[in-house]
Each structure stands twice: as C-alpha cells, then as structure tokens.
Design a protein around this ligand. Structure first.
Ligand code: AFP
Length: 333
C-alpha cells in the first residue's frame, strides 16, 4: 500500500469524468455522506450489545422481515444524513413501505435506494453485516420516489459497506469498482483495493443450500456439478455462506467464484425470489459487472430487470464471469 493512500473524497474527485457535472457534485455529496454515516454505524454496531441495541423491536418491515432495533436506528440515521446533503430527492429504504421524500431541488437531485443494515439476523451472533446503496437520477420528478423504478442500467452509482473485522466501503460510478478501509483513528476511508478485478473463475460458491428442495432443476444440477470432483476443472468448489449478502459478495469480488440466491420454485407457476432488487440485487450487479464479473437471474442479466415496485424481489447468481456463464448454461439446459 502507498505511504498515504487516497481518501474517499479524493478518489471521488478522480471519478467525475464518468458523470455529468451536475450529477458529479450530487453523487460526491451523497457518497461522501454515506461514508460518514458508515463510520457512525460501525461505532454503533461495536457498542450495540453494551447499549441494549440488539434484538427485535417486534413487527415486520415492508418486505415482511422481522425488524431489529438496529434496522430502525440505521434507517433513521440514513434518512437524516441524506436529508442534510441537499442532493437527495428521495430514499427508498428496506425499512419503509413508501419512499421517504426529501424534496431536494433540481433536475439532477438523486434518488437513493438503500438497505441501511443488511444481514441484521447476524447481529446477535456478532457476525458481519452491511449497508447496501444505489443512486439513480431523480430526473426532476416530484414526488421523486417513482424515479427509482426502472432497469438496473439506470443506476449511476452503487456500493456497499461491510462491517467486519475492518469496515470496508466498495463503490462504483461506472468506472471500475474500488474498495476503501476505514481508519478508525481518523474516521476516513482510505483506498486499499483500487480497481478490483474479479478472477475469471473461482473455487468457492455461496448459497443457502438448506433450500435445495425448492430450487429450479437447473440450479440443482449446477450445484451438483460444482460439488462433483474433477481435477481438470478445479472441482469440487468449496462452500462458504455467511447469511449477509455484503460479506458473501465481498469475498466473491476479491476471491472469485459465485454468490447465489435463487428463487423458490416450489410452485413453478409462481417462483418466489427472496432478495430485494432495488437495494440488494441491482447495486451488487453493477459493482460485480464493473469489476469484470457477471450478474444473472439465471434467465437474464440482472441489470436488465425492470423494477416496477419498490420492494420487488429478484433471483441472483453473481460472480466470476465464467462461473456465472456456466450457471446460465445449466438453466438453459
Ligand atoms: P436479513 O437482513 O433479514 O438478515 O437478510 C439478509 C439477506 O437479505 C441477505 O443479506 C442474505 O444474503 C440473505 O438475506 C440470507 O438469507 P437466508 O437466511 O435465507 O439464507
């Protein structure tokens, strides 16, 4: 690592050419602010058990998940931070049924889609969790929430923060995928993983294999293939799964291989995916593509899936380009 690595704000200023001048200013304001919120969330997570912040509040969120105290706190923290930027017109959050309108003016204000604390079922066992975010243009709409709907290719930036042994922030504005590590003593994110390139093939797959009996036959055959010994093609692959998408995608970006959350095909007339498109699947799809990987639903490119609802769900198979291409091949067979 260089003697004085670039800070997140310095790096953001090198990425402006990827965006229009007006968007560049707002994107830098929002991403810089998310970096500061992430440092606050990391602190809160470190002290959660001591402050009685673990456990459930009782009740379910917009997508039917049990809500943890830190989910609610993370949502409120994100709302007030984004409001202060003056660059965010609305927030679509996992913890709110409808978009939170912020009325930031201007045609180039942004709509942020975020899951402030993703993987929160890991919290009580001190496992990794994350924040996932995606920025879309508001196109001057008022209310601005509906501007979040559309294809993943509409995203102008995406990223995640992983709260693990270190706090890592990874983002893209469409010019590569770059990773930063929080220096706790200064609260600054420093560039530690410039221009991440996902390996063309990996040796690890991540999936909740307890759901095997609900998978599409192509998914079942593919995982069987990954587990079958064949020295020439590097099989069997190893299985790693943390239960927090951010941690599993982060490993996949750095080491290659696959992260998969296929739909439940128990009723073939109505397959049911679990992960949310706007603030889980689409942002991760953009990050992985920008790192040279692929992201598919098994049937189509993730970034081509059009969101028509705020909390829409989508299946995902993402990771090393050759591994994902192979998965798609199994779905076609
Ligand atoms: P929670 O935020 O409810 O813990 O869900 C996390 C998540 O959305 C995603 O981060 C994980 O990859 C996935 O769900 C884990 O789901 P399973 O527990 O069904 O494997």
């Amino acid at each position: 690592m260089a003697d004085s690595p670039m800070t997140l704000s310095e790096h953001l200023s090198t990425q402006q050419a990827a965006l229009s001048t007006e968007h560049a200013r707002n994107v830098a304001a929002v991403l810089g602010r998310i970096g500061r919120v992430a440092a606050v969330i990391a602190q809160e997570l470190a002290h959660a058990a001591l402050r009685d912040q673990l456990g459930y509040v009782g009740g379910a969120n917009a997508t039917g998940d049990q809500v943890k105290k830190l989910d609610v706190w993370g949502h409120e923290t994100m709302v007030s931070a984004l409001r202060e930027t003056g660059a965010c017109a609305a927030l679509v959050s996992e913890e709110a049924a409808d978009p939170v309108e912020m009325h930031a003016g201007g045609t180039h204000a942004l709509v942020v889609c975020a899951d402030p604390v993703d993987g929160s079922s890991n919290l009580d066992v001190n496992g990794s969790v994350g924040t996932i975010f995606s920025l879309r243009p508001s196109r001057g709409k008022s209310p601005a929430g509906p501007a979040a709907l559309g294809a993943g290719t509409d995203q102008i930036a995406a990223g995640y923060v992983m709260y693990g042994p270190a706090t890592t922030l990874v983002y893209t504005v469409g010019r590569g995928t770059h990773g930063f590590t929080l220096a706790p003593e200064t609260g600054e994110f420093l560039l530690t993983h410039p221009d991440i390139h996902i390996p063309k093939r990996g040796k690890i797959y991540g999936i909740n294999e307890g759901n095997v009996n609900t998978w599409h036959p192509g998914q079942r055959a593919f995982v069987e293939y990954l587990k079958t010994k064949d020295k020439a093609s590097g099989r069997p692959y190893s299985l790693r799964y943390s239960g927090a998408m951010v941690a599993d995608v982060h490993r996949t970006l750095l080491d290659g291989g696959l992260f998969m959350y296929p739909a439940d095909w128990s009723d073939p007339a109505k397959p049911k995916p679990k992960l949310r498109l706007l603030y889980e699947v689409a942002p991760m799809g953009l990050l992985v593509e920008q790192a040279g990987g692929r992201a598919s639903t098994g049937f189509e490119r993730v970034l081509d899936v059009v969101a028509t609802e705020y909390h829409q769900r989508a299946a995902v198979i993402l990771g090393s380009p050759e591994d994902v291409a192979m998965a798609d091949e199994f779905y076609r067979r």
